[in-house]
Write a protein of this length. Structure first.
Length: 382
């Protein structure tokens, strides 16, 4: 397959409208790289520049070390799967999948071999004579994927391919595309706004916001070591809880105070927070790291009022109030809570995060910066 490199890639539209700013990403051979972020962050524009569907304003795009900036899309040896399937309604499934090969004047026997091989892989063999209108949404998307497979490209590009499918079908198609990556040993670049897709499918995730790359890394690394508040809250479902605490010093220890409770950071965290004594910071803790206590704990106890609850079978999401913020905790299904109850939680401080109030950078893990694309010196500024 192929290695893809983005070096300072920038896109500016007419009217000086910035779409992507100085993106630096290396996508290694056989990576499944997912670009994820909210609408308008520049992820689809980045994909279209890789495909050659958008001109690159500045920077370099290389595929296997070859500069691609001015190479036409048809000569880049890439295949793209679109959100809206982009199938020809008057053609059969077979002809849709074979179309790209036919215009390249490939041998008919080879076309038939490739199409039937892809159809077997995608469970489309019995649908080859049907038109797209006779297929379900999931089947149409598999045809679009099959059309990409038969070309045997260096790089597969996916532009939010599952957003038109219902929730159950999205889960099935996620598994099918992940399996395709495994069996094809292909280089794949996938764009989505759905962080669940990113976490479950990607071997590498590129988190984007406001036209810039925030952080690059493996899914669990980003989950456990977010570089800033945006990444912390965007990656994870439910998202990380964030509220403000004031840093103080008591009895020789650095502590974080809310008013009704006081938290004691770990020794490693205290070293980084010492410079923040007398200042407010953002405190972040994931729902699963808020540990329910039947009775108040001696240390780091947070007694909070229940405002809502969502029983989900295997667990219950309990919503509680911290000042003017509603946060969520995960508790075991046998834990009985009622609206208005004051219940106790202890945050796992070894997994808790502290973020600068102005820059939103992760205060206690400065080494994370080594994984971040160097396109800006203010990763947290939003």
């Amino acid at each position: 397959m192929a290695k893809v490199e983005l070096k300072g890639i920038t896109k500016i539209y007419d009217g000086n409208v910035l779409a992507v700013e100085k993106s630096n990403v290396t996508i290694d051979d056989r990576d499944f790289c997912v670009f994820v972020g909210p609408s308008g962050c520049g992820k689809s524009t980045t994909l279209r520049m890789i495909a050659g569907l958008e001109d690159i304003t500045a920077g370099e795009l290389l595929i296997d070390g070859e500069l691609m900036n001015d190479v036409p899309p048809k000569d880049r040896n890439i295949a793209m799967v679109f959100q809206n399937y982009a199938l020809y309604p008057h053609m059969t499934v077979f002809d849709n999948m074979a179309f790209g090969l036919k215009i390249r004047k490939m041998d008919k026997a080879e076309i038939e071999r490739r199409v039937k091989e892809a159809a077997r892989m995608l469970d489309l063999t019995t649908y080859l004579d049907r038109k797209p209108k006779a297929l379900s949404g999931g089947q149409r998307q598999r045809v679009a994927v099959g059309r990409a497979i038969v070309r045997k490209p260096k790089v597969f590009l996916f532009d939010e391919p599952l957003s038109n499918l219902d929730a159950k079908l999205r889960v099935t198609m996620r598994a099918e595309i992940s399996n395709l990556h495994h069996t094809q040993q292909a280089t794949m670049i996938y764009v989505t706004h759905d962080q669940v897709e990113a976490m479950t499918m990607g071997t590498k995730i590129v988190v984007m916001c406001a036209k810039r790359i925030m952080q690059i890394g493996e899914p669990l690394y980003l989950y456990n070591h977010p570089i800033n508040k945006f990444v912390a809250t965007f990656i994870g479902t439910p998202p990380m809880n964030i509220f403000t605490l004031r840093i103080a010093e008591k009895d020789g220890k650095v502590v974080a105070e809310e008013g009704t409770f006081t938290l004691i950071p770990t020794e490693a965290q205290q070293k980084h927070l010492k410079a923040y004594v007398g200042k407010e910071v953002y405190f972040g803790v994931r729902p699963e790291d808020l540990q329910y206590q039947a009775s108040p704990a001696i240390e780091n106890n947070m007694q909070l009022k229940v405002t809502n609850k969502e029983p989900l079978g295997a667990e219950t999401h309990v919503f509680v109030q911290v000042k003017d913020k509603t946060i969520v905790a995960k508790v075991a299904p046998e834990v009985v809570v009622q609206l208005g109850d004051a219940i106790n939680f202890v945050p796992d401080m070894t997994k808790a995060k502290f973020f600068d109030l102005q820059t939103e950078i992760n205060i206690c893990e400065p080494e994370i910066k080594n994984t971040w694309s160097d396109n800006s010196s203010s990763a947290g500024a939003q």
